[in-house]
Design a protein around this ligand. Structure first.
Ligand SMILES: Cc1cc2nc3c(=O)[nH]c(=O)nc-3n(C[C@H](O)[C@H](O)[C@H](O)COP(=O)(O)OP(=O)(O)OC[C@H]3O[C@@H](n4cnc5c(N)ncnc54)[C@H](O)[C@@H]3O)c2cc1C
Length: 477
C-alpha cells in the first residue's frame, strides 16, 4: 500500500461574484477526480459574496436588487441549477404578461409581436404598429431585397451601423436602441454586433436577409413546438426564491471543501518561483499554484500591473458604464396603466431621464403580495452618465416624476431602494473580440493564471457561469 500523501494543489479564486463562485464550485466538483488534493481559497473584497446579484425580502415583497432572470437558450445557467439540485425550483415567466412596451411620444405602446431584438419576424404587427411612420415601415420591408454584406468583409460593425444598413434609422431609434441598448446599457453606435449578437450577422450571410431568416426560423420553431420538444422553462427563468438562491447554494457546496474569505480585498498578484503570490489588502501574502481572477477588468488590471503592463493595458482598455436601479413597491390601484406586460423601454429619442422600467412581479409569481407590484426603474448607463451624479433622493424624485408621467403612478410606494452599480457594466465596443483575443493570448503566456467574468464573452448570468467554469477547467488541465 502506498502511504505517500497526495500532493496538494493550491488554487486562489479572487472575486466572489457569480463568475468567481462558479469557478470555485467547478474546482470543487472536479477535485473529486483529481490525483492531487485541492486546497482552494476564494477571496472576496466585500462582506458578502454575490457581487452584483442580490435578492432581498422587503416586507412581503421578494425583491431582486440585481439580475432578475436568465436566458435558457444558453445552457450554462440551467445546467448549473440541475447540478446544484435546484432544477425543480426554476419557474417560467407568467405567460399572460409576456410582452414588452416601448415609449412613443410619451405613451407606452406594445412592441410588435414577433419582434426579436432587431428583426421583425411578422409583417402584420409591424404594419399595424403606431411606433413607425409609413416611410419607416416601407424601409424595413425593403430589407429582404437588400444584398448581404460581402462575406469577405469581416470587419467589426456596430449595432447602429448594421440596423441602419439593413432596416433604416427609424427602427434603430424607435426600437432597437432601447431594446438592445437597454440590455447592455450601451451606445449602439459603439456596441459591437459580432461580440453581442453575432447570430444576426450570421443570418445575413446565410439567408441574405434577416426577415427571411426569421420566417424560416419561426417555421422550424412551430414544428418543434408541435412535436413537443420546446424548452421546458420558456426563454427566461429564475428560481422561485430569487436569483440569490443559486449563489447561496453555490456557496454552501464550495464551503464543504474550500475556504471563503470575505472582507478580504486582494491588492496584487505576483509570479513566484513556483506559482503565484497573492497579496492581501492587509499586507499578508499567500502562495498558490494557480490563480483565477474573477473580477471586472479594471480591477484585474490593477492586480496584474506588476506582472504584465501589456496585459493590464489590454484589460483597462475595456470600458465600463455605471448604472442604477430604483426599485419600488406599489399598490396596483395607484397605477393608471394596466401594466399588462413585462416592462417598458424608453428610446433615447424620447429624451427622458430613465432607460427602462421592469414590471418585476409581472414576470414571475410570488414576488409581490396580492394587489401590489414591484417596479425596477433603470437609470444611467453609457447614454446617461449624468444621472449617476444625482444623490439618492434626487434620483428617487426623478424616477417618481417619470413613472407618474409614463404610467400614471401616484401615491406613496411601500418602499423605494436605490441600488448603484458603479462601473458595473462592461461595454462590448467595436473591436471587443480582438481585445479579448489579445488578453487571452497574453494570459496563455502566464501559466497558472486565468481570468473569468462578464467582460469577455458575454454579459449575462449563463455567460458568467460558463466563464468561471471554463477558467476552473483550464486551471486543472
Ligand atoms: C442592474 C443589473 C441587472 C442585471 N440583470 C441581469 C439579468 O436580469 N439577467 C442576466 O443574465 N444578467 C443580468 N445582469 C448581469 C449579471 O448580473 C452579471 O453579468 C453577473 O452578476 C456578473 O458576475 P461577476 O462575478 O462576473 O461580476 P461581479 O458580480 O461584479 O463580481 C465581482 C466580485 O469581485 C469582488 N472584488 C472586486 N475587487 C476585488 C478584489 N480586489 N479582491 C477581492 N474581490 C474583489 C467584488 O466585490 C465582487 O463581489 C445584470 C447586471 C446589472 C448590473
Amino acid at each position: 500500500m502506498n502511504d505517500t500523501p497526495a500532493p496538494i494543489f493550491r488554487v486562489a479564486v479572487v472575486g466572489g461574484g457569480l463568475s468567481g463562485l462558479s469557478a470555485a464550485h467547478r474546482l470543487v466538483e472536479l477535485s473529486k477526480t483529481m490525483e492531487s488534493r485541492l486546497d482552494l481559497t476564494l477571496f472576496e473584497a466585500a462582506s458578502r459574496t454575490g457581487g452584483m446579484i442580490a435578492t432581498q425580502q422587503i416586507g412581503n415583497y421578494l425583491v431582486e436588487l440585481g439580475a432578475d432572470s436568465f436566458i435558457t437558450n444558453k445552457p450554462a445557467g440551467v445546467a448549473l441549477c440541475q447540478r446544484l439540485g435546484m432544477e425543480n425550483e426554476l419557474i417560467p415567466t407568467i405567460d399572460k404578461w409576456r410582452k414588452s412596451l416601448v415609449l412613443k411620444d410619451g405613451k407606452p405602446v406594445e412592441v410588435p409581436e414577433g419582434f426579436m431584438l432587431l428583426s421583425p419576424a411578422k409583417v402584420w404587427p409591424i404594419l399595424k404598429s403606431p411606433i413607425f411612420s409609413w416611410g419607416g415601415k416601407l424601409r424595413m420591408g425593403w430589407e429582404r431585397f437588400l444584398p448581404a454584406r460581402k462575406s469577405s468583409d469581416t470587419s467589426d460593425e456596430s449595432l447602429a451601423s448594421f440596423v441602419k444598413r439593413r432596416f433604416g434609422q427609424e427602427l434603430l431609434e424607435r426600437l432597437v436602441q432601447p431594446l438592445v441598448g437597454g440590455i447592455y446599457t450601451s451606445d449602439p453606435e459603439k456596441l459591437s454586433l459580432r461580440a453581442t449578437l453575432p447570430r444576426f450577422l450570421d443570418q445575413e450571410q446565410q439567408y441574405g436577409s434577416l426577415i427571411k431568416a426569421s420566417r424560416s426560423q419561426a417555421k422550424k420553431q412551430s414544428k418543434a413546438e408541435n412535436s413537443e420538444s420546446g424548452a421546458r422553462y420558456g426563454l427566461f427563468t429564475a428560481p422561485k426564491n430569487g436569483i440569490q438562491s443559486i449563489l447561496d447554494r453555490l456557496r454552501e457546496k464550495i464551503e464543504t471543501s474550500a475556504t471563503i474569505r470575505s472582507d478580504c480585498p486582494i491588492k496584487s498578484v505576483q509570479q513566484a518561483e513556483q506559482g503565484w503570490s497573492v497579496i492581501i489588502g492587509g499586507g499578508e501574502t499567500e502562495q498558490f499554484d494557480a490563480v483565477i481572477l474573477a473580477l471586472p477588468t479594471h480591477r484585474a488590471a490593477e492586480l496584474l500591473a506588476g506582472v504584465s503592463p501589456e496585459l493590464a493595458g489590454d484589460l483597462s482598455s475595456i470600458e465600463y458604464a455605471s448604472s442604477a436601479i430604483v426599485v419600488s413597491g406599489h399598490n396596483l390601484s395607484d397605477i393608471k396603466h394596466p401594466l399588462d406586460a413585462f416592462g417598458l423601454v424608453i428610446p433615447e429619442i424620447e429624451k427622458r431621464n430613465i432607460i427602462a422600467v421592469s414590471f418585476s412581479s409581472r414576470k414571475f409569481p410570488g414576488r409581490a403580495p396580492e394587489g401590489k407590484v414591484i417596479l425596477r426603474t433603470f437609470v444611467g448607463g453609457a447614454m446617461h452618465p449624468e444621472m449617476m451624479e444625482l444623490a439618492d433622493d434626487e434620483m428617487k424624485e426623478t424616477v417618481r416624476k417619470e413613472l407618474a408621467a409614463m404610467l400614471g403612478v401616484s401615491g406613496e410606494p411601500d418602499f423605494t431602494e436605490v441600488v448603484r452599480y458603479q462601473n458595473g457594466m462592461p461595454q462590448y465596443h467595436v473591436g471587443h473580440l480582438d481585445r479579448v483575443a489579445s488578453i487571452e493570448s497574453r494570459v496563455a503566456d502566464l501559466p497558472g493564471l486565468e481570468l473569468a467574468g462578464n467582460a469577455y464573452r458575454g454579459v449575462g448570468i449563463p455567460d458568467s457561469i460558463a466563464s468561471g467554469e471554463a477558467a476552473a477547467e483550464r486551471v486543472l488541465n
